[in-house]
Ligand binder design. Structure first.
Ligand code: FAD
Length: 463
């Protein structure tokens, strides 16, 4: 008997309930990944994520080989290909991790229907992509259908319940994976094959489970204890940088939560809380899939569109150094510090009053961790159309720059035009005297901060 383990955003062998269940259900398992043309057609295959994905697939293949198996790769429509593989191998069951997007829900329904029509069964596993499954934690009375309380819209009460709920135990990696003979597989793809014509950023992280586990192991020793104090330190770069590994499922959120929570200190608690933010956004998207592109809470905004100011923002040439530094880091590394993401997003949506979807699209184009739930809902949070309980606050990039990059080291690292400016002066280059200012090849501010804020407040009917 044969079972198929269909990998999606869970490219790992450790703490992998889908693979474990498939191995337990049948004597032979087909570990399958389909390069899904539906995902590419939706514009989600970008050069940066393709490079990371290619490495993650190669790493997964090598872990499976060390267990006597291998990864089977196919290309096409994920539902059609999975059914074809199941039919070729005579598999009775297909195992899959539950996803949260509208696309994942449709994929699951289509697969379940087609497999059932062929006399096979789809088994969907929770708590693979998130630590706590969406729907496991709902507001009081929320389980009643139609109660309108099928998810939490505010983080703090969600977190209280999430913490009380706890996670499932970590499951061990299977020792052996026996793959049936003769299953056809495409060759492992390169990033360039997955995203033809794309140009990856020059300083991307190394993809794959092995790299993700190494990163967590070393950051746990060197960064976790100080995380609470240092997570907002822009130049210190003291966060885990695990987000791409979480996005592709190269590391397990359950394993991170449980390993971190073993340490009873403020750093571990703060880190686990951030992982709960990730689950929080996933449960919002699972309950409201349309919130990926539509406003979760409308504030009556008539956003400005994608014009010259948005182009300056994308290029990292707004004239606000800390905003520009973040956007240039994004282009170079395919990653950005959370504080820089917040500043860049507040600046685009509030100070420039440009539609959050313009910024969200740019982030998705470049972020290696670009994730529908985390990106779109964080953008909506920053734009005040999401779950922020203070939807009209505007972050001031000068004040924020001086607070989180007090000596200007982060700006100098990413904006070389300003590298010679001393200390915090780097946050206000327009204050330099005329000759010094003219010598810098750095733009004047694209908008004056007070004018931008006033426009936003008028638009929201606050003044
Ligand atoms: P750490 O500080 O080490 O945190 C550990 C983990 O907790 C992260 O890897 C992440 O999985 C989770 N986490 C932390 N903060 C958040 C948060 N605010 N929301 C959800 N999860 C969180 N994160 C993504 O993974 N993908 C995205 O596409 C994404 N887009 C964002 C867009 C905007 C506008 C903003 C403000 C934030 C976005 N984030 C996104 C959240 C956050 O910025 C990143 O998860 C974090 O910077 C990743 O770095 P790290 O792994 O070092 O985080």
């Amino acid at each position: 008997d044969v079972a198929v383990c269909l990998f999606t955003s869970d490219l790992r062998v450790h703490d992998q309930p889908v693979l474990r269940a498939a191995v337990r259900a049948a004597t032979r398992v087909v570990p399958l990944f389909v390069v899904d043309q539906g995902v590419a057609a939706a514009g989600f295959v970008t050069a940066n994520r393709a490079a990371f994905l290619a490495a993650a697939l190669a790493d997964l293949d090598s872990s499976l080989r060390s267990r006597g198996g291998r990864l089977i790769l196919r290309t096409g429509d994920v539902v059609a290909e999975t059914c074809r593989v199941a039919a070729e191998c005579g598999a009775g069951e297909v195992h899959l991790a539950a996803g949260v997007s509208g696309y994942a829900a449709r994929r699951e329904r289509r697969l379940a229907d087609r497999l059932a029509a062929e006399g096979r069964r789809l088994v969907v596993h929770d708590a693979v992509i998130t630590a706590v499954p969406p729907g496991a934690v709902v507001p009081s009375g929320g389980s009643r259908p139609g109660s309108g309380k099928d998810h939490f819209a505010v983080f703090t009460p969600y977190f209280r319940r999430w913490w009380a709920e706890g996670t499932r135990p970590v499951v061990a990696a299977p020792r052996t994976v026996a793959v049936p003979e003769g299953v056809r597989s495409a060759a492992l793809p390169t990033g360039a094959e997955l995203c033809p014509g794309g140009r990856p950023s020059p300083a991307l992280p190394e993809g794959g489970e092995a790299a993700g586990r190494r990163r967590f192991a070393s950051w746990r020793r060197t960064g976790l204890a100080a995380y609470e104090d240092r997570h907002d330190d822009l130049p210190g770069d003291a966060t885990s940088r695990l987000s791409p590994y979480l996005h592709f499922g190269c590391v397990s959120p359950v394993e991170l939560v449980r390993t971190a929570a073993d340490r009873d200190d403020a750093g571990a608690y703060a880190f686990v809380r951030q992982l709960a933010w990730r689950d929080f956004h996933h449960q919002v998207l699972a309950a409201r899939p349309a919130a990926a592109w539509r406003e979760y809470r409308t504030r009556g905004d008539r956003w400005r569109g994608d014009g010259v100011e948005a182009a300056a923002w994308r290029a990292g040439r707004t004239g606000y150094p800390v905003v520009d530094a973040g956007l240039r880091q994004l282009r170079h590394e395919g990653w950005m510090h959370n504080r820089a993401r917040l500043l860049a997003a507040s600046f685009l949506t509030k100070t420039l009053y440009v539609d959050w979807r313009v910024g969200a699209r740019h982030f998705l184009d470049l972020l290696v961790d670009g994730d529908l739930a985390d990106n779109q809902l964080n953008w909506q949070w920053a734009a005040g159309t999401g779950t922020d309980t203070r939807p009209n606050r505007v972050l001031n990039p000068v004040v924020q720059g001086r607070r989180f990059d007090p000596d200007g080291a982060y700006v100098r690292r990413w904006v070389p035009e300003l590298a010679d400016l001393p200390g915090a002066a780097v946050h206000r280059p327009w204050r330099l005297d005329g000759r010094e200012r003219a010598a810098l090849d750095y733009p004047a501010p694209v908008v004056e901060l007070d004018a931008g804020t006033a426009r936003f407040r008028r638009a929201r009917g606050l003044d």
